[in-house]
Design a protein. Structure first.
Lengths: 309, 309
């Protein structure tokens, strides 16, 4: 494809312009927020394709279900909302066993249950590749937008991203993980890639943030999406102080990877990046006048793995 | 696959059982209906896969977009609900042109606009085949269930199904349509297959029905889904009186097809099948004690084309 996802979305946004007063937040944020006469409902959708977003040889079906559900629900929490309902559409090739399908469903159900979310419908079709599409619907009081940052805000992150990128790196490069130490770091990386544990409760604690985003497309990329009206200065010295930094750096060193590629550009790492005052979370920078993102103290531009490039 | 869609849904329903008082209608109907403290929201999702549900050589992108949207919105109306919002997830192969993608979006937008529905979000991913998944969310007062039929109800249909099945037949069998007459019937069949005109307003007029369903999986199959607590007797003599019957029969005769395969077993024909008293629509039968469906006056069991068999 000769154009980026952002270009496609920009084009489509020109077509889907009829956003009247019912739409508080439309295309372009983590989720849509719509009013109705008496309340606000949040809606978000995600699609995952076998071979692109998951591989059956790398993940069990319940891990696949859990991971896709987590990604969908994280978007709802990133809005400051509470997910309530989920619908799931899936295309199957016809070669899956019922056991596989049920395990996939159990993974979905397990993750949904952890957030008290109900799967209320779906669609099953035939297709040449397994594709899973989910839509989460929830309730919301005050949306926390990506573009709500104010000059002077502290920038905080709920947890250190990079573990899922590390796990993907190990799998992609067929690394003999038994030669790596400590084992708990290897296990954490692989587990975070296969079935991430999303810090949903941290997102709830960040509800007085001025802006918030789930950085699942990569920390820098998503910070850039938040920094079009203000400038985000991220301080690598602060990030280095995170309790997980040494573990992740140690793992990266053993496999010849740049830990900043994992932390700053890794995808599928769920962490809530927020700005505001008196926020919980780990401080990594500050919002200043200007636009764009600066990662101070890292010479080489971090490189990520992205589906759509 | 060694099992049917119904079997898969039955299995999944056992896993997704946490339907508390918030869920008025869960898995198994046209759409889910959920309460929230102050209102009822309707949610439904559909997925369509290239080569299975649409072919780029048969349909323009705007026809594809329109058709998939129509199918999704028809499910909302079939619940007695009013759709309000739509989210769309799509996987693209990377070989589509921006023009193609935009035309697809315009088709979606056109159909959504015809129902005053807003596209409020979506997801775009890479995949080996074009897959489009939609979720419609709407408002609802009193859900009209598939299983609400009462003994003594009249069975009505909003329009004669079979035109889309006829169009698919012409395309699947590479029929030289210029040899068929009248041309308006050929055009109607092809148009109804490519971009169906769904009688949404008829569904609104049927809101005092006891039960209702969009028969897009085939009239008999969907009537069977409605007839597990009562028996549906469909009278072919009544159906033969429909003003469209002669046209459709004439087309079938010219191509060696059985018109009852199209009317009673054709898929992707959008018509609202409802039961009740004093209903508008075309009467085709009656609800009696017992269970199951009987199509009186048609000797050969109608055969349909179904994706999942």
């Amino acid at each position: 494809m000769e154009f980026s996802e952002a270009e496609v979305i920009a084009e489509l946004s020109k077509i889907f312009t009829r956003h009247d007063s019912r739409v508080l937040v439309g295309i372009g944020d983590d989720a849509a927020v719509v009013t109705s006469p008496l309340q606000k409902t949040v809606i978000t959708t995600d699609m995952a394709v076998e071979g692109v977003h998951f591989r059956r040889e790398w993940s069990t079906p319940d891990e696949i279900g859990q991971k896709i559900t987590a990604a969908n629900l994280a978007d709802v929490y990133a809005m400051g909302a509470t997910p309530e309902h989920l619908v799931v559409a899936i295309s199957l090739t016809g070669h899956e066993s019922m056991v596989w399908i049920k395990e996939l469903a159990r993974g979905i159900e397990m993750e949904a249950r952890s957030c008290d979310v109900l799967v209320v419908g779906g669609d099953i079709v035939r297709g040449p590749v397994i594709t899973i599409s989910m839509t989460a619907i929830g309730q919301i009081d005050k949306p926390i937008l990506r573009l709500g940052a104010k000059v002077g805000d502290r920038i905080v992150i709920s947890n250190l991203p990079g573990w899922s990128a590390a796990g993907l790196f190990l799998l992609l490069h067929n690394i003999n993980v038994s030669a790596l130490s400590p084992a708990r770091c290897v296990e954490r990386a692989l587990a975070q890639f296969r079935a991430p544990s999303v810090p949903y409760s941290d997102a709830i604690e960040l509800r007085n943030a001025h802006s918030m985003c789930d950085v699942s497309d990569g920390l820098l990329i998503q910070a850039e999406q938040m920094a079009t009206k203000t400038r985000f200065v991220l301080n690598s010295d602060l990030i280095r102080l995170h309790p997980d930094f040494a573990d992740l750096t140690g793992l990266a060193a053993q496999v010849g990877a740049d830990v900043w590629d994992w932390i700053a550009a890794g995808g599928e790492d769920h962490a809530f990046l927020a700005t505001g005052v008196d926020l919980p979370g780990f401080e990594i920078g500050q919002v200043v006048p200007g636009t764009g993102v600066e990662l101070q103290g890292v010479a080489k531009k971090p490189q990520g793995f992205h589906h759509f490039t």
